[in-house]
Design a protein around this ligand. Structure first.
Ligand SMILES: Cc1cc2nc3c(=O)[nH]c(=O)nc-3n(C[C@H](O)[C@H](O)[C@H](O)COP(=O)(O)O)c2cc1C
Length: 230
C-alpha cells in the first residue's frame, strides 16, 4: 500500500480556480491535495482501451476503497466486481443486446453508440449492494428497519466516489452508468454473482482519449447550497 500512503506536499493553487470554489476566500490547509483531487474528478466519456496503471493497482484501489468506505453499523454491505479484458467487453455486449431486445431499431441505433463508447474503455467496475446484509440489519434492528436500504445506497455512492477520485488521480477517466435493471439477471449468470447482490451501477474506465477536456459545468451559488452558522 506504499503508494496510498505517499504524502503530497504544497497547497493547491488550482483549487480556488474551480467555478464554485472561486467565490470562496481561500484559506488552505492539509486537505488541499484531497480537495483538489475531488475537483478533478469528472465524467469522462471518451475512453481508450489503455490503462495508466497496472491492473493490480486498480484492484488495490477498489479493495482499499471497499475496506475504508463507511457503511451503516459497519455492516459492510458494499460489493464490487472488477472486469478486465474480455470480461469488460462482454459486459457492454450484454448491455447492447439487452437494449436491442426492448427498443425499436431506430432508437437502438441511437443508443448503442454510447454503449460502444463505454466498451471502448479498458475496464469496468460493477457496484452491488448485498441485500442479505441489509435484510439482516432490518431484522436485527427493527426500530431503524426502514433506514437500512437508503443507508446502503448512500454508502455505495460514497464507495463509487472514492474509487472514481482515486482512479482520476492515477490518470484514468471514468463515468457512472445505470443499466442495472436491464442487465442484472444476465450479469449474474455471466459472472456467477450471488443472487442476493443487487446491481447498482456500472463504471467504465480507461485513459481519456487524446485531447479530451472536461466541459465547463454550472455551479449553483454556494450561498444557496451551503449555510454556515458560527
Ligand atoms: C447518483 C448519480 C447517478 C448518475 N448517473 C449517471 C448515469 O446514469 N449516466 C451518466 O452518464 N452519468 C451519470 N452520473 C454522472 C453525472 O451526470 C455527473 O457526475 C454530473 O453531471 C457532474 O458532472 P461531472 O461528473 O463531470 O462532475 C451520475 C452521477 C451520480 C452522482
Amino acid at each position: 500500500m506504499s503508494n496510498l500512503n505517499r504524502s503530497r506536499v504544497g497547497p493547491s493553487t488550482k483549487l480556488v480556480n474551480s467555478t464554485a470554489a472561486a467565490r470562496v476566500k481561500p484559506v488552505g490547509g492539509s486537505a488541499d491535495a484531497f480537495l483538489q483531487a475531488i475537483a478533478e474528478r469528472r465524467s469522462v466519456y471518451a475512453l481508450t482501451r489503455k490503462s495508466s496503471i497496472p491492473d493490480e493497482r486498480v484492484v488495490e484501489i477498489v479493495q482499499h476503497a471497499v475496506l475504508h468506505t463507511p457503511t451503516s453499523f459497519n455492516s459492510q454491505s458494499n460489493r464490487a466486481v472488477v472486469l478486465f479484458g474480455e470480461n469488460h467487453v462482454r459486459l457492454w455486449d450484454v448491455v447492447a443486446e439487452s437494449l436491442r431486445k426492448i427498443l425499436p431499431p431506430e432508437q437502438f441505433e441511437g443508443m448503442v453508440g454510447k454503449v460502444r463508447s463505454f466498451q471502448a474503455g479498458y475496464l469496468t467496475i460493477l457496484y452491488f449492494i448485498d441485500t442479505k446484509v441489509v435484510k439482516g440489519l432490518e431484522e436485527q434492528f427493527k426500530p431503524y428497519a426502514e433506514n437500512f436500504a437508503p443507508w446502503a445506497q448512500q454508502s455505495i455512492g460514497m464507495l463509487q466516489s472514492n474509487v472514481w477520485v482515486a482512479l482520476e488521480e492515477e490518470g484514468l477517466g471514468a463515468s457512472l452508468q445505470h443499466y442495472s435493471n436491464l442487465i442484472e439477471a444476465e450479469v449474474k449468470k455471466v459472472y456467477n454473482i450471488p443472487e442476493e447482490w443487487s446491481l447498482v451501477a456500472q463504471q467504465p474506465v480507461g485513459v481519456p482519449a487524446k485531447g479530451w477536456k472536461a466541459p465547463e459545468k454550472d455551479a449553483k451559488p454556494l450561498e444557496e447550497t451551503v449555510k454556515v452558522f458560527h
